[in-house]
Design a protein around this ligand. Sequence first.
Ligand SMILES: Nc1ncnc2c1ncn2[C@@H]1O[C@H](COP(=O)(O)OP(=O)(O)OP(=O)(O)O)[C@@H](O)[C@H]1O
Ligand SMILES: [Mg+2]
Length: 495
Amino acid sequence: MTVTRSSPGGPSGALPEVVELDAHLRLEDLVDRNALGELCRSVYVLFGIPVRVYSAAGGLVAGEAPEHEVCAYVNTLASGRRACGSTVDAVKAKEPGEAGDVVHPCFTGQQYRVFPIDYEGRRIGRVILGPYAPPAIEEVPASLTATLPEADRPKVKLTLAKVPRAKPESITRIATHLLATLDLVMFSGHKALVTSTMHVASVKESYRELSEKNAKLQGAYDRLRELDRLKSNFLATVSHELKTPLTSIIGYSEMLAEGLTGELTAEQKEFVTTIHDKGHQLLELITGLLDLSKLESGTMTLRRRLTEIHPVLLDVESTVKPVAMKRGVKVAFDLEQRSCELLGDPERLRQVFINLVDNAMKFTPRGGTVTVESRVVEDALDNEEDSAGFALLAPMDRAVVVRVIDTGPGIPEAERAKVFDAFYQVDSSSTREHGGTGLGLSIVRRLVEGHGGSVSIEANSPKGAVFVVRLPSSNNPRAQRSSLPPPLPPPSTEP
Ligand SMILES: Nc1ncnc2c1ncn2[C@@H]1O[C@H](COP(=O)(O)OP(=O)(O)OP(=O)(O)O)[C@@H](O)[C@H]1O
Ligand SMILES: [Mg+2]
């Protein structure tokens, strides 16, 4: 008997992958062994005939085959065990021909029938039904007496009578039903297999595409890093080369302005003073560029030591006061006296606050106020990693919070993250009111983060900006963290 089904892809062959898959179809891949086991069990329960399903390679895939009483008795005799073993081996090896099933007799008078399992026109396994007894059997057959002369004939007769009798047509009908059900199981198994194989193929394809894109991105990233490194080198070299002649320009213009080479007319003095001031501006810009390139390339080292914020801020106050007076802006310093040691580079911290106060004064109109306020704060560290989950034993997040508050126009919320980018200015028009290159805040952020701290912007009420710098105290675990970038890799030697 042959049971076949047409391709699930249809005769048009809409799924070429299915055809490809068919070449490797195996019974054990198509069926769920538990479901097939259940099917065999139900056949045995209904008809009392043992069922076994084998793959094309001869492996048992599923079955329900309890021993009949007569077989159990025969197996108690040594020659019966041998004869039974060779019968079972012969049945297992029996290949049903192209036309359909074959019958294999047992020396006990019982029979086996072997049916092929075909799928998509290919043989992928066998079903063995039996042993069962043909209806004609009444007496103990001669083959059993010849094989086992020592057998207890009445016992054999009694147990043989208990074996279910089945006509060939009945066995054919049982097999037809079994194979039709099996065919459905295989069909749905095949569908699931095709779906999952196609899914795996599409995932593989997506993975391949992603890997390709990833490699391209990595290449672009490497090129950008290289360009970035070249830019930093260029900045560093140019800035350094500009600094030397500029120092001479500033020095000589200062000497001229002071009259060291003779008295100047008022107009000459004004010109020389302008040269001196502009030279200074240029020097500040170059110093900023040098700092940024050092920060970006990771070559800036912070000379961190135990230090107090107080003297740093007092130094800033004395530096900015004269400028504030000139600009008509009131500057007030409100410093908490409580001591809090930081692990900081005083010169770089001074640079941070000079930059912030300078911005505040620059953007605050005449008559406005700039306030610098410092406070020591103490919270339990919220970070699990730092507190190891013991809230009570957790180290304290001791820090100094310095706020630089002004009454200028403030910074719109959407711009607050961007102003820390190098060269970014809220007003970048050529007609803008205030000078500068947009480097100050990018240096501020990198320096503060290099101290394990953070800087953010809030709005002042009713108007103005508030820059909040938080610096961890020396015994705060955050103080040990520095986020200065790692040094850029050496130049690549590839052309
Ligand atoms: N206190 C402030 N009030 C309003 N806007 C500010 C304030 N501080 C900074 N900004 C805005 O952020 C931009 C970037 O500031 P940053 O200090 O980086 O550059 P800059 O002051 O323009 O130039 P530089 O500091 O290099 O001389 C400024 O151009 C300005 O638009
Ligand atoms: Mg600035």
